[in-house]
Design a protein around this ligand. Sequence first.
Ligand code: FCB
Length: 472
Amino acid sequence: MTAASGLDERLDVAAFPPGFLWGAATAAYQVEGAAREGGRGTSIWDTFAHTPGKTVHGDTGDIACDHYHRWPRDVELMRELGLGAYRMSVSWTRLQPAGHGPLNPIGVEHYRQVLEALAEAGVRPLVTLYHWDLPQALEDVGGWPARDTAFRFADYAALVTKALGDLASDWVTVNEPWCSAFLGYGDGKHAPGRTDLRDAVAAAHHLNLAHGLAVQAIRAGRSSLAVGGSNLITDLVAATSREEDVAAARRVDANNNRMFLDPMLHGSYPEDVLYLYRRQALAELVKPGDEEVIASPSDFMGVNHYQRLVVHAEPADAHLGARSVPAEPATTSLGWSVRPESLRNVLVRVSREYASLPLYVTENGACFEDYVDPNGRVVDSERITYLAGYLAAAGEAIRDGVNLRGYFAWSLLDNFEWAEGYRKRFGLIHLDYGTQARTPKASAYWYRDLIARHRQTSHREAPAGRAASRAG
Ligand code: FCB
């Protein structure tokens, strides 16, 4: 990598403590491809993406970024960027094709090679066990609305950490259970495409349970590993101070945020969540002991943050009685809001209301209409502005006392953006899907320079910083 970039001087790298992890993230189905190689089984995303009309242009993850074959180059790119960490997910169906039984040795060998290469490159892996690719065989017997799926996940988590835990010390259980449950089983926009709120609520509880069971199963096998969940935390504001709008914002918060954070970190579902889902019998789904399992102590919590939503009361909405719209400016190419202070808000909130445990921003980023220009460059100035703003907000959260240990940009590579297919580009690195050429965007060079500057600064300041924290 040779291109130079100017660093946005507004971003104060001194706000980030020495040892802060600078990372980027991907997920297996979004980047790997090789959908029918190496004994990989079919997941709900294979089935869904191959169902006509479910994804834009009928895009599927069959080939994606071909990361399954091209990972050596991608690890090299990480090294060139100076990334300290890489958040990746392992594909459930590559490791356990039908969701039960022993692990597939080809899958295990594949991930061992990737993890070994990361170690050689000095890049610390944070491995997610479930980033939405449920084995189709488990969906066929009920999917996440079936309680047994949580136990299947815990078995898988134990086997995978036994097979790979010597090469990765940090593990995320489930990624964004809200999306899996409510987009997958409620409005059907994600796999498996079911549309029954009762199923969505059951899925949500069983994903929470899966998290807790997995934490226990992993600890029982390898007590040295650090384990936590990753939740999508949305910054929600009521459209007005009218009581109806304030109550609507509370209901959306109950559904999107507290339905997951409270059982994981406070040990019980909030009263308003139980009330909201009384007709879906949430209270009856929660068996004695479930809440204790879900609250099994984590070592960290992952915060995925993208949006500030403005919530209006909407009596016609049968689910939450609410209409949520992205806060202005909503200038990404998905129409998502660009409000950096929201990241500070959600980090401060999680830290104050829930946990003093270490936090990671496990995803944050934006998609824009990126293209390779005639000079062979991708000048994604909007992404640089976005990252500088959100990272400055993360730095402010640290100054506010948040125990933030790392930041993972979504995403390392442009990739298969679920139902939106390939047209939405979130990567620091541009993908030409015809040739599989990788072109680091200007934002990748910017991030590289930021990481290097932080490394220099923290080397200079480390002794003073340690003394100050002892004194404090
Ligand atoms: C998150 C997903 C991630 C990616 C980003 C844009 O909800 O976890 O896989 O698609 O959104």
